[in-house]
Write a protein that binds this ligand. Structure first.
Ligand code: HEC
Length: 235
């Protein structure tokens, strides 16, 4: 290879490595970090609200027990998943989840849309003894939850911490929280949490979000816009 074809940088390996890393760094910042500050990247869903004190306790027990090791909480936009679990998950649904519990392993079914699927009594029975409902289930039994009272002493600091990361709890919410937990068991909290999962969006809200995300001009639905596309020569 003649010398004139070799870039100056290629003769200096250390500098080449530094410049390469710099270019990758700039590329990463532009593609990964900038979107955080761009308007419209976070889809807001008006019906999504922060968890109540009882639901929040249930969520903490869910994490403590590692339910997320066997259950995911996100329905992917794939036909078979939507048919089995329902409407696919929207980013805005997780606005107040710190941390999110999407998970990555499905030993048991996805729970993103479990809310309202069964009555409370079903969950209580299933948590006490999963095999009394599904004979071949390998889910552990959590009967102790029914007899373990909640400890209301930590809820205010948890809600305060969540508020510092942007969950809009009011002072009234926080001062009322311990009262809402007195006399309740871990089972009450677990069931309250399961029953709210996936129920904070309503169909109409989802459609508005999807429509505006697609930004289809002058037509109300995607189907309309597809119908209005005319390709010359094709009838
Ligand atoms: C070892 C894995 C495992 C763990 C841990 C586990 N589960 Fe399960 N879960 C399963 C399996 C398998 C099923 C399906 C059979 C059944 O319904 O019992 C299931 C089913 C369920 C269902 C019913 C889902 C449906 O659509 O019918 C709920 C609700 C549930 N689990 C909640 C929980 C909660 C809450 C926890 C934590 C306290 C938990 N699971 C921990 C494996 C697990």
């Amino acid at each position: 290879m003649s010398d004139q074809n070799v870039n100056v940088l290629e003769r200096k390996p250390v500098i080449l490595i530094i410049v390469t890393l710099l270019v990758i760094l700039i590329g990463s910042v532009v593609t990964a970090l900038l979107p955080f500050f761009m308007e419209g990247m976070e889809v807001k869903i008006s019906t999504v609200r922060p968890y109540t004190a009882l639901e929040l306790e249930g969520r903490d027990i869910y994490m403590r027990e590692g339910c997320n090791n066997c259950h995911t909480q996100t329905v992917r936009p794939l036909r078979d998943e939507v048919l089995r679990y329902g409407e696919f998950s929207k980013s805005g649904e997780f606005a107040y989840d710190h941390p999110f519990l999407w998970g990555s392993k499905r030993t048991g079914p996805d729970l993103a849309r479990i809310g309202g699927k069964y009555p409370d009594s079903w969950h209580v029975q299933h948590m006490i003894d999963p095999r009394s409902i599904v004979k071949e289930s390998n889910m552990p039994a959590y009967a102790f939850m029914a007899t373990t009272p909640l400890d209301p002493s930590t809820i205010q600091s948890k809600m305060g911490a969540l508020r510092t990361v942007g969950v809009p709890y009011t002072d009234e919410d926080i001062s009322a929280a311990p009262g809402l937990l007195t006399g309740k068991t871990e089972m009450d909290a677990m069931v309250a949490y399961l029953q709210v999962l996936g129920t904070m969006i309503n169909k109409a809200a989802v459609e508005t979000v999807v429509d505006s995300a697609l930004v289809v001009p002058d037509s109300t639905t995607v189907a309309d816009s597809l119908n209005s596309i005319s390709v010359s020569g094709v009838k």
